[in-house]
Design a binder for this molecule. Structure first.
Ligand SMILES: *Cc1c(COP(=O)(O)O)cnc(C)c1O
Length: 414
């Protein structure tokens, strides 16, 4: 389509947030009022209602019975995790620190799972004590879990995280297939299952996670089919019936020009088919998908203020009080190969037409500190709000906040 008309690719419309009298609203609150309430810029704001709506949309789109887990590394803000815990079926944690937040948020320990390539013995001990499901991803974890289980007099509930023998194609970040630090290679899993059986751990199922940030339904469908087939083959070696099968996630959101929101229909049809097959081949298994950014990414914005307008040899820079120290992803330095712009708005000039092409930079002494490069935006003045959309995931917690000693970021759930 864009090729035929030869117009440059544009960002997906950021219509999840309303505006009134030219001002962006977050949870119905005008941006300037919200900034006054927070007491500072920069800040992240997350919209509760958008989080709720996203979970509901997914439940409507996907077959009933598919369990939804929130992978909280996408956004571990305690209030947000508390909100999500009331909406989803379970929480996936990646450290004992995240486990504490999930438990404090009221998540049911029976529905918390713990994955990660370097779990310390103390973390495994805490996980057994909490009664959560541990995704085993190394032979080393088996004796450590047996020790914890004996010391505590509690079962060690485990699933095996499999490093599959395929990749999630067209993924922003590949996390399975080939050599990986995650999971145990599929071909070594029968031996691991035997070790789990001998150690007396409580085997419950499998966890497969092939990749992240995928906007191609056919790639996700293919990965889920292959994951299911692999789990069925491996189940023949399991010491107990599979009660839990986590098929991963990888659902992406549109960040860059030319990207569109994921169409869930083919994924839903495929999950219904897998569900029907699982009812026969793994009759005790509940099917889980785990998502981070898809739940929270579009519900969050990053807000900073213009400190200065500088013109350098004809090019205008909006220098803001925010930057890569708070929002590494938007600067293009969190896993991107080629830097592209996130969608950006001037939050107090929502009705104004684009008046100039500017670069939005932060206060850090590094040329990497770019939040928007050569973007067509309404003409902005000192004190105006720069808003970066799609910022609810991998924002504050994924950024090097102490780099250069600027003030800490604030976060609000509205
Ligand atoms: C990071 C991660 C996720 C979440 O990925 P998103 O792209 O945010 O959905 C889910 N599962 C595992 C195992 C992960 O490491």
């Amino acid at each position: 389509m864009t090729q035929a008309t030869r117009t440059p690719p544009v960002h997906a419309p950021m219509d999840q947030f309303d505006a009134r009298n030219g001002e962006l609203l977050v949870g119905g609150i005008p941006l300037a009022q919200l900034a006054a309430r927070v007491g500072q810029t920069p800040f992240y704001a997350y919209d509760r209602q958008l989080l709720t709506a996203r979970v509901q949309q997914l439940r409507t789109a996907l077959p009933t019975g598919i369990k939804l887990h929130y992978a909280m590394k996408a956004n571990p803000m305690p209030a947000l995790v508390g909100h999500m815990a009331g909406l989803v079926d379970g929480i996936d944690v990646a450290s004992a620190g995240e486990l504490k937040v999930a438990l404090d948020a009221g998540a049911d320990p029976a529905e918390i799972s713990f994955a990660g390539p370097g779990k310390r013995d103390a973390e495994l001990h805490q996980a057994v004590a909490a009664g959560i499901l541990i995704n085993v991803e190394s032979f080393r974890e088996v004796p450590a879990l047996a020790t914890a289980s004996q010391a505590l007099g509690l079962p060690a509930r485990v699933a095996v995280r499999v490093n599959p023998d395929f990749e999630l194609k067209a993924s922003g970040m590949k996390m399975g297939g080939g050599p990986k630090q995650f999971g145990v290679d599929a071909e070594a899993v029968p031996e691991l299952l035997a070790a789990i059986g001998e150690a007396g751990l409580a085997f419950e199922g499998f966890h497969l996670f092939a990749g992240s940030q995928n906007l191609k339904p056919e790639a996700i469908v293919e990965a889920q089919q292959k994951s299911f087939a692999l789990a069925c083959r491996l189940a023949e070696h399991a010491p107990a019936p599979v009660r839990f099968l986590n098929l991963g996630g990888g659902f992406g959101i549109p960040y860059f020009p030319g990207e569109a929101r994921l169409d869930l229909s083919a994924i839903a049809d495929n999950l219904a088919q897998i569900q029907a097959d699982a009812a026969r081949s793994l009759p005790e298994a509940s099917l889980v998908i785990e998502l981070g950014r898809y739940f929270v990414g579009e519900a969050g914005i990053y807000v900073c203020r213009v400190l200065d307008r500088k013109v350098s040899r004809g090019h205008t820079y909006l220098v803001t009080d925010g930057g890569l120290h708070h929002h590494l992803s938007a600067s293009g330095n969190f896993g991107q190969i080629i830097r592209k712009n996130y969608p950006v708005a001037i939050g107090n000039r929502m009705d104004a037409p684009a008046g100039e092409a500017v670069s939005i930079v932060g206060p850090l002494c590094t040329p990497l500190d770019i939040l928007g490069d050569k973007m067509a935006l309404p003409t902005a003045c000192e004190g105006d709000f720069v808003v970066i959309y799609q910022s609810g995931a991998y924002g504050a917690s994924a950024s090097p906040q102490s780099f250069l000693g600027h003030p800490a970021i604030a976060e609000v759930l509205v």
